[in-house]
Design a protein around this ligand. Structure first.
Ligand code: PMP
Length: 470
């Protein structure tokens, strides 16, 4: 009976109602649930006694009230159930009716990925929310290899629908109206779209060529008189939009400041495998001795954005709440995509993955160089920029145009050119912003020069318009 009293998962009464089962059967279900959950809300309390971080204190009401979905827990249990288990728990569709017989993907002229019957079945069926188990295991190895987190044994990983889905769910379980959030200036615009409806107070920290500046971070936090901030969002490698890679020493300083202010760090790093440096950057996760980093990775930029596969790594307690949130929303990332990503990673091994990402880096670096050469040719005296150290974007400041919004949105199309106005990446979008973001990822190489020539014409015209207004 004590089990029933202490469990915070679901009441016996609720389970009896939902599953129309008798009391003894439900006690069994609860036992299984209790055994299989590596962190329920009661575990969160236990962990806060043994760790310096009280993860509960970061959660909003939604985060605190998330409860496991028994159906989803059963799907997880099924993945590790002993052979011969008779499964009548979940509403899995019968695969005999799926109109797919085989699937072979050609990776290149020499390599084919042929999904055998087991893989095909998995690809077409529901999977545990934490991810297709073989992919989950493979990703843990990848994290260990590339990031080697100091607190790996206290960490967990979950496969997500790209990194955007994970960011969205994490923000939804943490942010409360009016919360203060630390962001770099400029910041990835879609994270603003996620946060804006929570009406946060943005504590914007200006970047220089090496990213968010620690002395300004300190200043912003020390001068802040409002609600204590809980989160620091950072996009450290080839950041969108500024292309900076935060050097290790600076990461250490930022990490230290985050420790002093007890901030959780959301390390959104989809361009990690897309930097142009000689050495892979150290990550915040690699520095995380406290368990205050939630890291978001993505295969969008290195395998395919349409697959919609990413993964989040961080403290078990927080990943568990993220899992509960995904149990209730998307259920899990696409099984087919996960099986494909697993197949590719298995067939390549770490060595093959590194070979592939090396090619990806070289490809984008070449494009970066071509775009910068065109910009140097056409925009000297009109704009200034830093050399992007990774990612897909060149971030430029117009020297004589106060705000680029109307120039791009209203007059850009007239010059047959599309870019993004800098305002989109600013926490205070009502302010004038003289920046522009140009993506060098998909523009055909032979159009770069023409593109920058058109931009030059657009800027000159804007400068003229601005002079006439003054
Ligand atoms: N974070 C950043 C900084 C991005 O630039 C993007 C893609 N534009 C994402 C997250 C989302 O990527 P995905 O969901 O495809 O992994």
């Amino acid at each position: 009976m004590s089990l029933i009293k202490t469990t915070s998962i679901r009441s016996l009464r609720e389970i009896i109602l939902d599953y129309n089962c008798n009391k003894i059967a439900c006690v069994k279900i609860l036992k299984v649930q209790q055994f299989n959950m590596f962190s329920t809300s009661s575990d969160l309390k236990t962990s806060s006694q043994t760790k310096t971080i009280d993860y509960q204190s970061y959660l909003n009401t939604v985060g605190k009230l998330r409860k496991p979905s028994l159906i989803r827990e059963m799907t997880k249990m099924l993945a590790t159930a002993p052979p011969g288990t008779i499964f009548m728990a979940g509403g899995l569709p019968n695969p005999a009716l799926f109109p797919f017989q085989s699937l072979t993907v050609e990776l290149d002229s020499k390599t084919k990925l042929n999904l055998d019957q087991t893989a095909l079945r998995a690809a077409l069926q529901y999977q545990p929310t934490s991810g297709y188990p073989p992919l989950h295991a493979e990703l843990k190895k990848l994290v260990q290899h590339f990031f080697n987190p100091p607190k790996m044994s206290d960490s967990e990983l979950i496969v997500t629908v790209g990194s955007q889905n994970a960011l969205c769910s994490v923000l939804e379980m943490i942010l409360e109206p009016g919360d203060a959030v630390v962001v770099p200036m400029p910041v990835y615009s879609s994270v603003l779209s996620l946060m804006d409806p929570h009406r946060p107070q943005y504590l914007g920290v200006p970047e220089d060529a090496d990213g968010m500046q620690p002395h300004l971070l300190k200043e912003v936090l020390n001068n802040w008189k409002g609600k204590t901030p809980k989160l620091l969002y950072v996009n450290p490698t080839g950041s969108n939009p500024s292309g900076v890679v935060i050097p290790s020493e600076r990461k250490r300083q930022i990490y230290e400041i985050a420790r002093q202010h007890n901030l959780l760090i959301l390390e959104d790093d989809p361009y990690y495998f897309l930097h142009f440096l000689d050495k892979d950057p150290e990550t915040f996760l690699s520095l995380d001795v406290d368990g205050r980093v939630l890291r978001f990775d993505s295969f969008s930029k290195v395998l395919s954005s349409g697959l919609r596969v990413g993964f989040a790594t961080g403290p078990k307690e927080l990943i568990r709440v993220l899992e509960l949130s995904l149990q209730a929303s998307v259920l899990h990332a696409s099984s087919l995509s996960q099986v494909l990503v697993h197949g590719i990673l298995k067939s390549w091994g770490i060595h093959g993955f590194v070979n592939h990402t090396t090619k990806v880096k070289q490809f984008y670096k070449r494009r970066r160089d071509l775009m910068v050469a065109s910009v140097e040719k056409h925009l000297k005296g009109l704009a200034e920029w830093n050399l992007p150290q990774g990612g897909m974007f060149l971030w430029m400041r117009m020297l004589h145009v106060e705000d680029t919004y109307e120039m791009v949105m209203e007059r850009g199309i007239g010059e047959k050119i599309m870019l993004l106005p800098g305002r989109e990446f600013m926490a205070r979008r009502e302010d004038h912003c003289p920046y522009l973001r140009a993506a060098f990822s998909v523009i055909p190489e032979d159009e770069m020069d023409e593109g920058m020539e058109r931009l030059k014409a657009l800027i000159k015209r804007e400068e003229g318009l601005q002079r006439r207004k003054q």
